[in-house]
Write a protein that binds this ligand. Structure first.
Ligand SMILES: CC(C)(COP(=O)(O)OP(=O)(O)OC[C@H]1O[C@@H](n2cnc3c(N)ncnc32)[C@H](O)[C@@H]1OP(=O)(O)O)[C@@H](O)C(=O)NCCC(=O)NCCS
Length: 176
């Protein structure tokens, strides 16, 4: 089997890994001289989407992005490194985790500034959800991440159900 064919079939979290490096330019910042949170969220979304596409080789849409907590500011001029991988594959959806670190380009000092968990749904060419391949867990770390992803999924879907019901009730009220 060629290297390409074997890597296509080996659907481990490792095979989905993404490393994305960005430089925070003035256009990415706010008037305080730190990175605009929305720009960081955009990079997170892209890194996670690529990890999920590497896993399922389908087009994917963002179903949800869990709470984002920016623990430390990132100054304009810093380097931002995003590492993403698929933590768990469910039926048609996948959870990707993203770790974001800032790096001072002059000193090399690195800081973990944020972590994020996103869910993507794989779609076929008609935009219908389609099953994704199972994730092959290779070690204890993979198993821990997959287990925690399963716990987050239960909470996330319960919250999504409540929000959807509220939205539908609001829409029904507007039609009356
Ligand atoms: C995400 C989306 C495809 C789900 O559609 P849906 O009609 O709820 O489809 P289903 O009920 O068949 O669910 C499909 C999968 O999405 C998951 N899902 C649905 N809502 C979710 C949410 N809020 N968070 C996480 N997963 C969610 C379901 O659990 C299911 O996964 P599973 O098959 O692995 O169990 C649909 O809501 C959508 O298209 N949203 C817009 C996506 C988009 O445009 N994103 C870009 C930003 S605007």
């Amino acid at each position: 089997m060629s290297d390409k064919a074997s890597s296509e079939q080996h659907k481990s979290p490792r095979a989905s890994r993404v490393m994305m490096t960005e430089s925070v330019l003035p256009g990415d910042g706010n008037p305080l001289g730190t990175a605009f949170g929305g720009r960081i969220a955009q990079w997170i979304d892209i890194a996670a989407a690529v990890a999920c596409q590497r896993h399922c080789r389908r087009r994917v849409v963002t179903a949800s992005m869990d709470d984002l907590h920016f623990l430390l500011p990132i100054r304009v001029g810093m380097i931002v490194e995003l590492r993403a991988q698929v933590n768990a594959a469910f039926r048609t959806s996948m959870e990707a985790g993203v770790r974001i670190e800032s790096e001072d380009p002059l000193t090399g000092e690195r800081r973990h500034v944020c972590s994020a968990f996103l869910t993507f749904v794989a779609q076929d060419e008609h935009g219908q959800p389609v099953e994704v391949p199972p994730l092959v867990l290779e070690n204890d770390e993979d198993r821990r991440r997959a287990h925690e992803a399963g716990e987050r999924r239960s909470l996330r879907l319960a919250r999504a159900r409540v929000r959807k019901e509220r939205l539908l009730a609001e829409l029904a009220g507007q039609k009356r």
